[in-house]
Design a protein around this ligand. Structure first.
Ligand code: PAF
Length: 282
């Protein structure tokens, strides 16, 4: 497995792979089984697999956890070596954003401005900017993103479509802990008591999903179920939304594919999660 620390090393390796299909998994490291599911899918579908590890300062707000975001490069490299990854790109901040770097990629509209976009101003600008640069550097045929960050997937799909980037964005289903909690590098912030309490979040989502599968189409009924299931638990709901998959507008009735999305706090840790709502599903 090659480890490239510079753009020049990455470009040299990429030039040697001309004619081979490349699958790309962008990450911020501190890998868990959710990341490894992306890597495994990329491994099956491509001749070469590239993973980036870069905690992107542009996508963190000034009060957010950039400094304390968990990092363990040696452990990550060992996990990726075991998965048969061909190249890891792990640049320093000054390599990704060299002096004079002055370009920002801004996706507009509800998909980038509502929910996570409103709660974390500048977040999707940071994500879009780094993802555009990484896609240009790696030049993959396919790039893999987890559905846990559903809004991020939709923002990246918009970016790739609008800029006509020659890459297929492949969303991969959320990987969950045995009690349902969506895997996230940030779960490490939860102390044992908070970690146990956090399972109320997926339980509330799945209660609403069951209600939907039983025929409920009123978005407010689904939102109410989530609110009621979390009331009296240590999980403090920040938002619950039923958003259209295409327009990303809030809907009143789920007549087309939608997403039930939540953000919530457990102690000082912010968690997000979602489940798909597909009226055509059996
Ligand atoms: O999902 C993440 O880990 C990050 O937002 C990404 C896509 C690697 C961009 O920094």
């Amino acid at each position: 497995m090659h480890v490239a620390r510079t753009v020049a090393e990455l470009r040299r390796w990429r030039a040697e792979q001309a004619g081979r299909s490349v699958g790309f998994v962008p990450t911020m490291g501190y890998l868990h089984d959710g990341h490894l599911a992306l890597v495994r899918r990329a491994r099956v579908e491509n001749e070469r697999v590239v993973v980036s590890i870069f905690v992107n300062p542009l996508q963190f707000g000034p009060e957010e956890d950039y400094e304390r975001y968990p990092r363990d490069l040696e452990r990550d490299l060992a996990l990726l070596r075991a998965e048969g990854v061909d190249l890891v790109f792990a640049p320093a901040v000054a390599e990704m954003y060299p002096p004079g770097f002055a370009t920002t990629v801004v996706v507009r509209g509800p998909v980038a401005e509502r929910l996570e976009g409103a709660a974390r101003p500048g977040h999707f600008r940071g994500v879009a900017t780094v993802v555009a640069r990484l896609l240009n550097l790696v030049q993959p045929q396919r790039a893999y993103f987890g559905w846990k960050d559903a809004q991020q997937v939709l923002v990246v799909q918009r970016l790739v479509s609008d800029l006509a980037l020659p890459v297929a964005i492949v969303p991969v289903p959320t990987v969950r802990e045995p009690d349902g909690l969506a895997m996230s590098s940030r779960n490490v912030y939860l102390d044992p008591e908070e970690r146990q309490a956090a399972a109320a979040l997926p339980r509330a989502l799945f209660a609403a999903l069951e209600q939907f599968q039983a025929g409920e189409r009123a978005a407010e009924a689904l939102r109410r179920t989530v609110r009621e299931r979390l009331a009296g638990t240590p999980v403090r709901l920040e938002y619950v939304s039923v958003s259209d998959r295409e327009s990303f507008e809030e809907v009143e009735r789920v007549e087309r594919p939608a997403l039930l999305l939540v953000a919530a706090w457990v102690g000082t840790t912010r968690l997000i999660d979602n489940v798909p709502l597909d009226p055509a599903a059996p």
